[in-house]
Every structure is written in structure tokens, then in C-alpha cells.
Design a protein around this ligand. Sequence first.
Ligand SMILES: [Zn+2]
Length: 289
Amino acid sequence: MPNSKSVPRDWLMYSEKSNSVFCFCCKLFTCHSLENINTSRLITTGCSKWQNLSQTLHSHETSLAHLNNFKQWVHLERALKSKRTIDQQQEKLFELEKQHWRAILERFIEIIKYLCKQCLPLRGKSDQLFVRNNGHFLQLVQLLAKFDVTMSSHLQKTLQKKSVHYMSIDVQNELIALLAKKIKEKILLLIQKAKYFSIILDCTPDISNTEQMTIIIRFVSTDNQVQIQEHFLGFIDIKDSTGEGLTNYIIEKIKEFNLDISNLRGQGYDNGANMKGKNNGLQRHILKY
Ligand SMILES: [Zn+2]
């Protein structure tokens, strides 16, 4: 400086890769009004003319465009430090919104988990809030709202705006399906860890007369303590109920579960000929695998 005070040029950057120097603030707040070619290099490709560097830097740092960019940089830095930028405020709103929906979903998932554990149906005759017979799910949501601020404000908003509320039948079903998927994955992991397993199958027609087979897998878990575990892993719709047909279904299912059929150590069936039949039963067929 003219008064012999030294002020570091913190806007000046050196790039090892291109062996040249750049102006940080002009690069950040693109400037188009630089007449001097040496000076504009500081923004574009970098300046590597070392002989006249001090002159170039001086003419750059005193140019109006650079001073404007420098001012903008200082303002931005201050705003970022005090978290006053538009982005920051927007981000804060997003974060609050995210926390709100996460809290709501956590409550819905807990309600569904509770109802499933108690083997209670979720839905009633109506899917409206605050009406009679609207089912256990909505009744529990209403109950929770009496004591919980998050849930009560969510219900108020839902009733006022009729906006997104995550309480519809579709969302309930989706949450149940996601929970079931997670539980099944965990059970299958336990079976894979235990290695050997048995299957217990039973066929019965449902209300629409579609033949369905239930699959239960039995194994010895050694996780914390040695114990026999039995888990229901789902229904299979049966179209071909011959011994061979049933065998194909079950082989397919075991593959889908990522289990190795050579580790199958036991089979349990009802007394149907297609299951236990000496010549053409599933029990006989499956032994071939
Ligand atoms: Zn500059």
C-alpha cells in the first residue's frame, strides 16, 4: 500500500496444474467488462506472465469490475457466516419440513406395528377422521393427537387444507408391505445363518375359492441361544395342485428366498395325496432335487 502497510491479496489464487494465477472473486462472480487482456486472463485461463505480474495485478485490483466483484464476495462471505443467505433460510425450512414428515411417519409406523402385533384390523367402515367406525388405525391417530402436539397439528392441517396426510388406505398398505418386506428379509437372514431348514406346507382354498398354499419354515437358530424357530413366509396362489405342480411352486419359492434346497432337512404336509402320495406326491417329487 502507498503508506507501506502490507495487505495480503487474499483474492489471488495459484494453480499448480496450470502454473498460473487467478482472481478468486472475479472467477466466482463472472465479469465481462475487462478490457486488458492480461487482466482478463486472471479470470479465464489464468495468468502466467511472471515478468509483468505486479503491474497486471495492480491494474486488475484497481479496476472497477474487480472492486465490484470483491465487494460481492465480502458480502456473500458475511451472509454465509451469519447464515443469512436465501439458500440458508430455504434450507432451514426444508429441514423443518423434513423433520415434521419424519416424525409423522414414525408415529404411523408405530401404530401399524402395534395393530399388526395385536392382530387387529386397521380399517373400519369409514376412512374419514373423527367419525364412528373409522377403524383402529384412524382411532389410534386421533387418540395420539389428544396428547401429542405433532400429531394434533398434523390433523388440524389435514382437516383445514385437505392436503397430503399419509393416512390413506394406499399409504397404510404400502407401510404394511414395507414392514413385511423388512421382517421377511430378517427371517431369511436367520435361516441362511442357521443353514439347515425344514418346510411345512398346507393347501386350502380361500374365500374366492382360489387354492392357496402356506409356507412355514422351521430351523434351529443359534443367534443368542439355541432355539427352534418357525416362521410363516407367505401364501402362494396354486393353479396346478398336482404333486408335480406343487413341487415346481415350492422349488421356485425356495430359489426366490435365496435358500439352497440341498440344505432342506425336513418336510411337513397334510394328508392329501398330492402332498404325501407315495407315487406322485410333492414329498416324493421334492426328494429328486
Ligand atoms: Zn478480480
